[in-house]
Design a protein around this ligand. Structure first.
Ligand code: AHN
Ligand code: ZN
Length: 281
């Protein structure tokens, strides 16, 4: 339902009406779930020169607690389908890429409203993650063109001296039979967090999803949290060994739509995260 609610707005491309409306929806939901919400607004220049109006949505539970953990995902969706064969210049639904991580975090917010863990929790929904430069174009390759919202936040935190114990990023956590490997960047910066999450998944019987195999680093929001914000951060991201870029087959195509989301995968990730939250001190 939480994926559908997002997809129903249309593609959440920065500067679009659907993007604005979805921001309102997400903010209202997180407030309904008793979080103290800050919407951090900023502008960033995209690789194509467009100025993107960004909103990072920050939801805090028990904000007075010093001892905290951070959970995050990106809520924007890609403005083109550069991995597709048709309609490459049309925006994608982003049910998985964007929608799935946000959906899991909304459900965690709903649970936090019902019972508070020992530790403070922040859910941060980053904007403008997926407006990155497509490869193979005629333009000179630009560094750091993805993850504009998290790069902004990492150097402009909502609170000074904000250092949660760790951060967990969700990215593409909704495909049927998804596998989440131990991503190299997460293993480099936060191996104990990876182990804690994978062991928690194993305890819950989710080892078919959470695989004990290390794979190459991915440049994602957690990279900037690790390097700029100095927060030990991991990425739970679908790894597909059969595709060229090792992302799921629907990645950056028009097949990234609601009918290709499997609630079983969302449940495995959500329950693993909830158990991690409620066993953190
Ligand atoms: C790159 O494609 C450079 N990084 C993957 C980050 C991403 C895009 N995750 C979802 N969409
Ligand atoms: Zn993407």
């Amino acid at each position: 339902q939480f994926v559908k609610a997002q997809v129903d707005f249309g593609p959440r491309v920065p500067n679009s009406a659907a993007h604005s409306k979805c921001a309102e929806y997400l903010t209202a939901k997180l407030k309904e779930y008793k979080a103290e919400v800050i919407v951090q607004q900023a502008e960033a220049k995209a690789f194509d020169g467009k100025v993107l109006k960004m909103k990072n949505i920050i939801a805090q539970w028990q904000p007075a607690k010093q001892n905290r953990i951070m959970l995050c995902a990106h809520w924007d969706t890609r403005p083109f389908a550069d991995q597709d064969k048709t309609d490459v210049n049309k925006p994608i639904d982003g049910a998985n890429d964007g929608g799935s991580g946000v959906a899991v975090l909304l459900e965690i917010g709903r649970q936090l409203a019902a019972s508070q863990p020992n530790i403070g929790v922040d859910i941060i929904l980053f904007d403008a993650e997926d407006y990155g430069q497509p490869d193979g174009g005629m333009q000179k390759e630009q560094a750091n063109s993805y993850c504009l919202g998290s790069q902004y936040w990492a150097t402009n935190k909502h609170k000074q001296d904000y250092f949660p114990r760790f951060a967990i990023l969700l990215d593409m956590v909704g495909a049927k039979n998804a596998t989440f490997t131990m991503e190299g960047g997460s293993m480099h910066y936060a191996p104990t967090v990876v182990k804690k999450v994978w062991d928690t998944a194993a305890k819950l019987g989710y080892s078919t999803y959470f695989v004990y195999e290390q794979t190459n680093p991915v440049t994602d929001d957690h990279y900037y949290l690790n390097t700029l914000a100095e927060i030990p951060s991991i990425d739970i991201i679908h790894y597909d060994q059969t595709t060229k870029y090792h992302f799921p087959s629907v990645w950056h195509t028009h097949n990234d739509k609601l009918e290709n989301i499997d609630p079983k995968t969302l449940k495995a990730v959500g329950q693993t995260l909830l158990e991690t939250v409620y066993t953190s001190h």
